[in-house]
Design a protein around this ligand. Structure first.
Ligand code: DGL
Length: 267
């Protein structure tokens, strides 16, 4: 059975990439709910409903594990999805992201960049403090980063100006954070520009690699030890051409639009 991966759009392909690298012989089915992106600016109630419909569509195909590769959906819908599909393992990206940040911070001061919905839910604060009770977590909503990444503007003057604006309060906070956690699927493709603005004192982490390790743990397989090539099915809820074009930046490999299946999620 395949590993199901779900995101509001193409951003979760950064997580899928890490998953496929760690589990090359596994089959994957990825669903991007592009018709309803962004989730990050929507109410928790809407995101819970959208995530439930998307997860239903994936689970109906028969899965060994479901990965919610969307920080916003992980922040507000994970407990409901876990309860709905038990005993199917359902994994979000917040706990792995928190683990990645806690593994590298020395001071325990962690800054999180995320969507409005994730910041509002306070989910990263909880996940980080569950691992390190004395951590100080500051979070900033960076909605324009999603639009820039979708546009393929992953670096340059405009991205750096936006990053400066978003990062300024975090960078001038005293005591300063030593880790910057990219708590949104879209942000890893902007990591170069964000690092440029953040400077050398901040270590930038995201949840892709730690999520892949967590899935390996759940499935009881050693990271990257397998051989062979598993299959990949891509599903989107809107314009497969755009999904393929924009998604290629996130997956870091070309996507054939003809190989992307358009599906409709009721409601
Ligand atoms: N996938 C979302 C997240 O990781 C970002 C894009 C959106 O707002 O839907 O939070």
């Amino acid at each position: 059975m395949a590993i199901g991966v779900f995101d509001s759009g193409v951003g979760g392909l950064t997580v899928l990439r890490a998953l496929r690298a760690a589990l090359p012989d596994r089959d994957f089915v990825y669903l991007g709910d592009t018709a309803r992106l962004p989730y990050g600016t929507k109410s928790a109630a809407s995101v819970v409903r959208y995530a439930g419909q998307a997860a239903d569509a994936l689970v109906a195909r028969g899965l060994s594990c479901l990965v919610i590769a969307c920080n916003t959906a992980s922040a507000v819908a994970l407990p409901a999805l876990r309860a709905r599909y038990a005993p199917l393992p359902v994994l979000g990206v917040l706990e792995p992201g928190a683990a990645a940040a806690c593994a590298v911070t020395r001071s325990g001061r962690i800054a999180v960049l995320a969507t409005e919905g994730t910041v509002r839910a306070g989910a990263y604060e909880r996940a980080i403090r569950a691992l390190r009770a004395d951590a100080t977590v500051t979070a900033a909503a960076c909605p324009l980063f999603v639009a820039l990444a979708e546009e393929g503007w992953t670096g340059g003057q405009v991205v750096e100006l936006v990053a400066q604006r978003y990062l300024e309060p975090l960078l001038t906070a005293r005591p300063a954070p030593d880790v910057l956690l990219l708590g949104c699927t879209h942000f890893p493709v902007l990591a170069g520009a964000i690092a440029q603005v953040a400077g050398a004192g901040l270590t930038i982490v995201d949840s892709a690699a730690t999520t892949a390790r967590a899935v390996c743990g759940i499935l009881g397989v050693a990271d990257g030890r397998a051989h062979g090539r598993g299959t990949l099915r891509l599903l989107a809820t809107d314009d497969v051409g755009r999904f393929a074009r924009v998604g290629a930046t996130f997956l870091r490999e070309p996507i054939d639009p003809a190989a992307v299946e358009l599906i409709d999620l009721a409601g």
